[in-house]
Ligand binder design. Structure first.
Ligand code: PEP
Ligand code: MN
Length: 338
């Protein structure tokens, strides 16, 4: 933490700040400039975090210098982390693709989607059994029955299951069926849930919150890493802006930034980012160009009949087209697609 004193701060003001820092068990480091006095605060982060330096007279501002990104930062691990889920990997040269319906609706619907995404070259079957819906009247998911369908169909077709866990209470149950646990955008700052999935030790997909800054997203990931779970993948899924034409605004600079700041793999969900099926392919290509390690895409055998997010879901045919496009495009980025 660095404290900048006001231009006209009195000597007593400076002394008061120094004593305040010392009383907190921290070490002040004074530098007298020609206009401003600057005081560095040295010591344990927990003690620095609770200081209210800007409440003291004569203080212009207190600027934190450490973001608390102790484990997620590239400063602590230079090489890319590769997350392994069964026989699939995320973060290596090969792009990872997670595809499937927004929600599991029936075994037949899921099997049809799974066969299509497998044929297209995806390694993961996605599908929500617990759906965090904005309206309580919207379809909430098949819950445990949906998890059973995911496990059965993925086994039959040969895909890894990624599915959302919405609360600590259902974590054990979801973990029994899932290969990878998804933390949805709405739960990115559910810190108890982040700690619990960290303790669980299963691979985790952490989606960026609707209004979360890149730093908040990385801080959220720190909660999981801190529990000893480094099997973590970040997912940019669009943020809320003033633009209503798309459901969200895909923040591709966040993909490049997260790859620069952290060693974790980053994938992109162009389905939730745009809300429109016909924008999924261009944004998928852009995501790969920005350095994403993979994609999450919604695919439904019959989007017009989907119980959730039909407008942004690709038909099996369009998913296949997307994959062929991405496959030829991936080579330009030195990546491959199975
Ligand atoms: C989802 O992937 O099913 C989902 C609900 O996405 P998000 O949390 O990004 O809205
Ligand atoms: Mn959805």
């Amino acid at each position: 933490m660095i404290v900048v004193m006001k231009k006209n701060a009195h000597q007593e003001d400076v002394q008061r700040v120094v004593e305040y820092i010392e009383q907190a068990g921290l070490r002040p480091h004074l530098s007298d400039g020609s206009t401003h006095t600057i005081i560095g605060v040295i010591g344990a982060r927990e003690a620095i975090d609770v200081l209210a330096l800007e409440a003291l007279p004569g203080v212009e501002k207190a600027v934190p210098v450490s973001s608390g990104l102790n484990l997620v930062s590239r400063d602590v691990k230079e090489s890319n982390t590769i997350v392994t889920v069964g026989d699939a990997q995320i973060g290596g040269t090969e792009l990872a693709v997670m595809a499937g319906p927004c929600a599991v609706e029936s075994k037949e619907q899921l099997r049809e989607a799974a066969l299509a995404v497998k044929a297209g070259g995806a390694q993961f079957l996605r599908g929500g059994a617990y759906k965090p819906r904005t309206s309580p009247y919207a379809f909430q998911g098949l819950e445990e029955q949906g998890l059973k369908f995911l496990a059965e169909v993925s086994q039959e077709v040969g895909l890894q299951v990624v599915t959302e866990v919405v609360d600590v209470e259902s974590l054990d149950l979801v973990s029994n069926y899932a290969d990878m646990l998804q933390i949805g955008a709405r739960n990115m700052q559910n810190f108890k849930l982040l700690q619990a999935v960290g303790k669980k030790g299963k691979p985790v997909l952490l989606k960026r919150g609707l209004s979360a800054t890149i730093e908040e997203w990385l801080q959220a990931s720190e909660y999981i890493l801190r529990e000893g779970n480094f099997q973590l993948v970040l997912c940019e899924r669009g943020i809320r802006t003033f633009e209503p034409f798309t459901r969200n605004t895909l923040d591709l600079s966040a993909v490049a930034a997260a790859k620069m700041l952290s060693h974790l793999p980053v994938i992109v969900d162009p389905s939730h980012a745009t809300g429109k099926w016909n924008l999924v392919a261009p944004m998928a290509r852009a995501a790969i160009a920005a350095g994403a390690d993979g994609l999450m895409v919604e695919v439904h055998p019959e989007p017009a009949r989907a119980l959730c997010d039909g407008n942004q879901s690709l038909t099996p045919k369009n998913f296949n087209l997307l994959m062929n496009e991405v496959r030829s495009f991936a080579g330009l980025m030195g990546r491959s697609l199975s």
